[in-house]
Design a protein around this ligand. Sequence first.
Ligand code: C2E
Ligand code: MG
Ligand code: MG
Length: 685
Amino acid sequence: MSRHASAIVKRMQFNNLLIIASVTLVMTTLLSVLMYVDAKKEQVARAETLAHLLVQNLQPALLFQDDTMLQQGLSVLSQQHEILNAQIYDVQGVLRNAYRHPDSRVLAAPKFVLNDYQNNWLELWSRLYTVMPVRNVAANGELLGQLVLTTDMAEPREEILFEIASIFFIGLCSFLVMAYRLQKLAEPMEAMLTSMRRVMPAHDETIGLPVKQRKDIGDITDVFNAMVVEIEQRDAALSLELAQRKAAEAQLEITAKYDVVTRLPNRHAFNSEIELAYKRFVAAHSNFALMFIDLDNFKYVNDNFGHNAGDLLLLSVGERIRHLLRAEDFVARIGGDEFVVIVHNFSELEQVSRIAEKIIEQLRKPFVLGENEAFIGASIGITTCPKHCAVFSELVRQADSAMYLAKKMGKNNFQYFHDGLAADVEARVKMEGELRHALERHEIAAHYQPIVSLHNQHIIGFEALLRWTLEDGTIIEPEQFVPLAEEIGLIADIGGFVLDQAIAQTKIWQALHPDIYTAVNFSPRQFRDRRLAGKLLETLSKADLAARHIEMEITESVLMKNTADSIALLKELHAAGMHIAIDDFGTGYSSLSYLTQFPAHKLKIDKSFVAKLPHDTQALAIVTAIVGLAHALNLTVVAEGIETQAQLESLQKLGCQLGQGFLFSKAMTAELASDMLTHRVALVA
Ligand code: C2E
Ligand code: MG
Ligand code: MG
């Protein structure tokens, strides 16, 4: 037991001893007194009874002054061993006779005056005196004398002493048992104090409540106070740490769930969301669509305008998509230029398609990044649940494959996942491999579609259009393989090939038809080559063909994507005498400002508008506007895709000068084109 605890325990033991000792003492005294009183009563009663009997026997002997009878009367006392002696006095107080127990050393009792005698306590402790009057019963109780009995109190005294010793012994035993129990009780208290002391650091006397009245309680107070202070300090440190940890956790949660650049949820958050959507589907059959969006051209923006601009662009993309969605839908950025959208509870697939269309439309619009303007696009793959969610874990892969297909389909479009998609993708991969060898195998050829004057239907030129004929005779349309060629970097070779073919062919035609020209399509990718104009003019000069015999067809996207460089390149070609036509006019950004900035000669009205003529008022209005604009800017208008006489007449009425379409001729081989040229010109002539 330690120094600190012993004080309190010792104190407790001392108190215990004191209490038990006091109790034992009080009890012993009380019991002794009670027993003494009891014993006295008993002894007095016994002695009086005996005296009474004796007095009755002795009364006649005393009346008749018969000493022998008195002697005999007293001798019965020899049976009573506790009677030490007895004296009988007459009425004059003269001792008439006496008895003494053989063992008694007490000779005689003192002489008492009758009726004056009272037993006193002290006497009673060693011996008891009983004084009894002897009366004449026959003569009205006349007093004859008195009997004095001396009773020995040794026996009851020993009895009392024994009982007192017993009580004292019991008291002692209780004390020992209590002391032992207290010791046992003190042990856990000591353990408690020790552990409290361990909780507190160095014993600091200045800390604590102002309680220090008693050493024992003071010990506990000290330890307790120190412990309370320590707990308070630890509490404060703990709550500070907790607050810091909570703040860090909140920050961590944000970083764990949100993308820093777009502030949209990240891949991790997306995984939870898609799982939740699936659970909702299982529980309540609520459907959902998953869209995988991949930006087209993002790398170009990043490489040319810098990463800050790239980040700004991603932020705007996120905002544009978010604005298109309902509050319950979900959008996340899950990778570099990859976003996902979850459309919850759509009513019909059409609704999902509309959202995809809107996203594509929004992302095609220019992005202002500081001083720059950037153009990107989006390819979207979509999968839907419950149609395709039999295997939940496959959902993301499905949307990804559909997106891959959308990319292969020429970007800026969306594709739904379907069961044959894998085969489609495989077919495209196969096509990619074959396209790489198509040129050397001479599978690709330039076909020519006549461009006629709508005024007299004379052939005034041709448009060179690519055709890819496979070994088995299958013809693949340029819309299928041109985007693929762009993507795998083959478009420069293919473009060069068409140009060579067109120049060589036009050179031949030009001999007979001095004003003939051939329009050649150029894809935006070809404009990345800064030496394009130089190479083109060099090829022309090698073939000895004037630049005016070749017309360059470009789409609006060329102008939007490579503004400054493109304008310089086009100006160079224009200066050399080459004509430039804007293809598919009306379907692109239709920003008219660029028309005044670079040298265009022609606008080619997209066939989608022509197809709706003459009845569709909207198409009519667009065509009318394009023709009006062209006239105002002094540009020639070419209508594509004229298939009917009605379309032709309508276009003629609107003042469209040139046209091409199946009404006149499809694209055909150089040979057939040459024949037609000869035939038609000859015919018209
Ligand atoms: P484009 O330059 O707008 O070519 C016109 C397209 O309309 C051609 O499709 C042509 O066959 C088609 N067409 C002409 N008249 C009609 C008609 O009356 N009705 C209909 N429905 N269609 C008609 P094609 O040959 O499939 O070419 C598609 C696109 O592929 C071209 O559109 C062009 O953008 C691209 N392309 C073709 N050849 C080349 C090329 O050598 N280089 C590049 N970069 N792109 C090419
Ligand atoms: Mg064209
Ligand atoms: Mg076109």
